[in-house]
Design a protein around this ligand. Structure first.
Ligand code: FMN
Length: 161
């Protein structure tokens, strides 16, 4: 089955563990390889304070084109993948900048990517619209917001779309 479908990989950013828990469930449900997107400089609690307009997260998300350094992801992981699940927390309803760093750092042209997120309450739609606009060479599939209560059936229903 896996050889017919090609390789699949879950690439995820998670600073406080919610998206990681969802990414692990997706990997288990699909048999995908699990690969973290790791910022070179981890986000501290102070960095993640969205009420503080001087915090790192606020500044990164409200400046123009910011690409925080990440630990390199093996290009072969992406080159061999036919299915990519791309997960992140929503920040101001969009994907955090290290996701852009990843998308800029490797060749995702023509890759089938299913974006997913966790969030306090915001839906994923604004994030997916921005990703489609900024990375038009990717074959984007339906985005999905998950909670950590999600099931393998939720994953299978979504990843077939
Ligand atoms: C800087 C920052 C901005 C956030 N902005 C939003 C938002 O716009 N809408 C929302 O519903 N949740 C927002 N959240 C909540 C996160 O999306 C949520 O806690 C997420 O599950 C964290 O994922 P993680 O534990 O994988 O890092 C924000 C959190 C942070 C730290």
């Amino acid at each position: 089955m896996e050889s017919m479908m090609g390789q699949s990989v879950v690439l995820f950013l998670s600073n406080t563990g919610h998206t990681k828990a969802v990414a692990q469930k997706i990997a288990t449900a699909t048999g995908a390889q699990l690969v973290a997107i790791t910022p070179q400089q981890a986000y501290t609690a102070a960095d993640l304070d969205w009420n503080d307009h001087t915090s790192r997260s606020y500044r990164e998300m409200h400046a123009g084109r910011v690409r925080p350094a990440i630990q390199p992801v093996d290009a072969a992981v992406v080159a061999q993948a036919t299915t990519i699940y791309l997960g992140f927390p929503l920040w101001w309803a969009t994907a955090p900048r290290p996701v852009d760093t990843l998308l800029d750092s490797l060749n995702f042209t023509g890759k089938a990517i299913w974006p997913f997120c966790t969030s306090g309450s915001s839906p994923i739609d604004e994030a997916t619209a921005q990703l489609r606009r900024d990375y038009p060479a990717v074959a984007w599939h339906a985005g999905r917001r998950f909670t950590t209560q999600m099931t393998g059936d939720d994953v299978r229903a979504w990843s077939q779309r």
